[in-house]
Design a protein around this ligand. Structure first.
Ligand code: PMP
Length: 305
């Protein structure tokens, strides 16, 4: 079966979903995207979409910011996405990419007086950070604050900041870059939130530290609290705390929970996966594959049995 896209209101082969060269979003970054995982459960021959509704709720909020009128409700978007994956018939881990965008073929920087559209496609996608523990650096690029470009929305134009960070990190021999806020506190990775373990407690930058409010971040906070009895403290984090943390890890839909081995050549813990990170990772992988009955409400099964 070819991969499909939902494009201009219908399901079409992905290769046929094309936009015009004058499309507003292409020129000015006037679009919002999401990244949703479908996780293959080989015993059940089922794909579970993880926290589908929350992803579309975040997209809907971003659309208010960019004055994008989504042509579908959150429930409709969920239904469209399930049908898309079902039609594709994947039997492996996938990644779903919805995009709400200014679709007018018109020039001129603005958000008003433009048409909007929505598309979504799905592709097979395994690991994003393809290593057991990532080598990170603190980026020379700062994370813009909410009065520059709102970082709480996945605005395509904003991601040039993330791309600069990622490429700088990789060209310098690291796997990922960690951005600081303009006033020098830890913000997040180019596509992940960050957590520190200090004396058995979890710490992560707060909403006002210019982060995307990650759905994986929220999942980790809830699993740590409810399953391990570990509290997460959301507060500004100093750069120096990165270097001295007992454990450190990144969270994101694409990156899942990825331990950090070192930051700016400072080894974190034993340079592998820490004890608490390991427990969280194990729990998380069970939950996203629909293997934890208690958390099935977070998982949308695609294939009808
Ligand atoms: N921060 C940034 C900049 C991201 O792009 C992502 C990936 N969506 C995250 C954090 C993690 O968010 P989530 O867990 O919702 O995927």
């Amino acid at each position: 079966m070819p991969p499909y896209a939902f494009f201009h209101g219908q399901f079409v082969p992905l290769a046929e979903a094309k936009i015009g060269v004058m499309t507003h979003a292409l020129h000015y970054g006037t679009a919002l995207f999401e990244g949703i995982r479908g996780n293959w459960n080989s015993e059940q021959k089922q794909i579970y979409l993880f926290r589908l509704k929350e992803h579309y709720e975040r997209l809907e909020k971003g659309c208010c910011l960019l004055k994008i009128k989504l042509p579908y409700s959150v429930d409709e978007l969920c239904r469209i996405t399930v049908e898309l994956v079902e039609r594709c018939g994947f039997e492996e881990d996938i990644y779903i990419r919805p995009l709400a965008y200014k679709s007018s073929e018109a020039l001129g920087v603005r958000l008003h007086d433009l048409e909007d559209d929505f598309l979504v496609f799905a592709i097979p996608w395994g690991r994003y950070l393809d290593m057991d523990a990532a080598k990170c650096c603190v980026s020379s690029w700062r994370r813009p604050d909410s009065n520059v470009i709102p970082p709480q929305a996945k605005i395509t134009g904003l991601y040039i900041n993330n791309a600069l960070t990622k490429t700088e990190a990789m060209e310098n021999g690291f796997d990922e870059g960690i951005m600081l806020t303009p006033d020098g506190y830890v913000s997040e990775g180019s596509g992940e939130n960050i957590f520190l373990v200090i004396n058995g407690q979890l710490f992560t930058p707060a909403s006002y530290n210019n982060i995307l409010m990650g759905i994986t971040r929220d999942t980790v906070i809830k699993l740590a609290q409810n399953e391990l009895g570990i509290e997460t403290i959301e507060r500004p984090i100093d750069r120096s705390e990165l270097y001295t943390a007992d454990e450190c890890f990144l969270t994101g839909t694409a990156a899942h929970i990825t331990p950090i081995a070192e930051i700016d050549h400072h080894r974190i813990g034993n340079g592998g996966i820490g004890k608490i990170t390991g427990k969280l990772q194990k729990l998380y992988f069970e939950v996203i594959r629909g293997k934890a009955p208690k958390h099935l409400a977070w998982c949308t099964a695609v294939y009808k049995k």
